[in-house]
Design a protein around this ligand. Structure first.
Ligand code: SF4
Ligand code: SF4
Ligand code: SF4
Length: 333
C-alpha cells in the first residue's frame, strides 16, 4: 500500500505522536546528521540524507544494559533507518535471535521498535553499500518505508507491524493513495543514486572476493598488516560505529543483588582475547588489527551465512589513525 500525505499535516501528526510515544528521527547539527528525540521540531527532520552518525544497532543492542532487569518494554518509533543499517539487521538477528538461545534483551527491543526506513538521496565519501550488493534505500528489515518528495510524505508498509501502524495512522490523517508521478519520481531517484554509488565504488571487491583476499593474506602479508596497523591506536571507534559488531562483556555490579551489566566490547582493545596465565591470541598489535577484517569477511559470514560488512563506511569515517579499510584490502591483493 503506497500512501501519501502533505508534509505540514504529517508534521502535525508527528508532533502529537511524539507527545505520547518515544520517537527518534535524524536531525542535522553542524555537519553531522544523527538521531534525536522528536519533540516540537518535526519540521527540522532530515529524511533523506545518507547514514546517521549512530548506527541502528545501538537502539537494539545498547552500549550498556543491565541484564538482570526485566527486558525493556519501551515502545520506540525510529524514523530514518538506511539501507546499510537495515542490511545489518539480517546479521544481528542471526547472532541474537538464535533458535535455541534467543537473547531476550535484543528481542524485546526489536519487538517494541517500529523501524521506518528512508532512502538516501545522496551518498557520503566513504559509503560503499552497493559494492556488497546492498541498495541505498530500504527494502526489508523495516516496518515502513517513507520518503519526502515534493512536500509530500510517501509511505508504504513492509511488515505486518507496519501495516497495523499505517491503518491506525489513516484514522487520524488524511492520506491519499500515492499518484503514479510520485512513485515514478521515487523510482527515478533510486535508480540514479544506485548508479552514482556503483560508479563511485567501482573497484572495491565484492564481499566474496574480499574474503578470498583476506584469507590468503593471513601469515603471508604481515608487512601490509603491520604497515596499516602502525597508525591504529586501539580506540575501538571502528567497532562501536559498525552496525554489525556485536561483541560484549558481562560485568558484575557491586552490591548484594548480583546484578550484571552487559557492555559492548571491541576486539581492537588490547586484552580483548586475554586468557588465564597471560595468554592472548591477539597480543601482537597487527594480528589484533587484522582480526576485525577476518571476523567481518571470513569468520562471521562462514558461521552465519550472511554478510557482516554492509559498506556503511563508518569505520573509515571514525578512524583516528586515518585507516581506510578498502585501501587495506586493495593493498592485500
Ligand atoms: S566494517 Fe566498516 S564499512 Fe563495514 S559495516 Fe562495519 S563500519 Fe560499516
Ligand atoms: S570480533 Fe571484532 S570485528 Fe568481530 S564482531 Fe567482535 S568487535 Fe566486531
Ligand atoms: S578506529 Fe582506527 S585507530 Fe581506532 S581501533 Fe579502529 S582501526 Fe584502530
Amino acid at each position: 500500500m503506497n500512501l501519501s500525505v502533505d508534509i505540514s499535516d504529517w508534521n502535525s501528526f508527528l508532533s502529537s505522536l511524539a507527545k505520547k510515544n518515544v520517537v527518534y528521527a535524524p536531525f542535522k547539527e553542524g555537519e553531522i546528521v544523527d538521531f534525536k528525540l522528536v519533540e516540537d521540531n518535526p519540521d527540522e527532520i532530515v529524511y533523506n540524507s545518507p547514514k546517521t552518525l549512530t548506527p541502528l544497532k545501538h537502539f537494539l543492542f545498547p552500549i550498556k544494559e543491565k541484564v538482570t532487569d526485566t527486558p525493556s518494554q519501551k515502545k520506540v518509533i525510529l524514523i530514518g533507518a538506511k539501507g546499510c543499517d537495515l542490511a545489518a539487521i539480517d546479521f544481528l538477528d542471526k547472532v541474537f535471535l538464535d533458535a535455541d538461545y534467543p537473547d531476550p534483551y535484543y528481542k524485546a527491543r526489536k519487538d517494541n521498535t517500529l523501524i521506518i526506513g528512508t532512502d538516501c538521496y545522496d551518498i557520503y565519501d566513504n559509503c560503499h553499500c552497493t559494492a556488497y550488493d546492498i541498495n541505498p534505500y530500504p527494502e526489508k528489515n523495516c516496518d515502513l518505508m517513507l520518503n519526502l518528495i515534493d512536500d509530500e510524505i510517501l509511505i508504504s508498509d513492509v511488515s505486518e507491524k507496519g501495516k497495523d501502524f499505517l491503518d491506525e495512522m489513516q484514522k487520524e490523517l488524511d492520506m491519499q493513495e500515492s499518484g503514479k508521478s510520485l512513485i515514478q519520481k521515487m523510482k527515478k531517484s533510486r535508480d540514479s543514486i544506485k548508479r552514482k554509488s556503483k560508479a563511485l565504488t567501482k573497484g572495491i571487491p565484492d564481499s566474496k572476493k574480499t574474503a578470498q583476499i583476506i584469507n590468503k593474506s593471513i601469515n603471508r602479508k604481515d608487512k601490509v598488516w603491520k604497515k596499516y596497523a602502525s597508525t591504529c591506536v586501539s580506540c575501538g571507534a571502528c567497532v562501536v560505529s559498525c552496525p554489525t559488531c556485536h561483541c560484549f562483556l558481562l560485568v558484575d555490579l557491586p552490591g548484594q543483588k548480583m546484578d550484571k551489566l552487559r557492555t559492548q566490547d571491541a576486539c581492537q582493545y588490547p586484552g580483548f582475547e586475554g586468557l588465564a596465565a597471560g595468554v592472548d591470541p591477539l597480543e601482537k598489535y597487527f594480528v589484533r588489527f587484522s582480526n576485525r577484517y577476518v571476523c567481518k569477511f571470513v569468520n562471521r559470514p562462514q558461521k552465519y551465512d550472511v554478510i557482516a560488512c554492509t559498506g556503511c563506511g563508518r569505520c573509515i569515517d571514525t578512524c583516528i589513525g586515518k585507516i581506510d579499510k578498502n585501501e587495506v584490502i586493495r593493498a592485500l591483493r
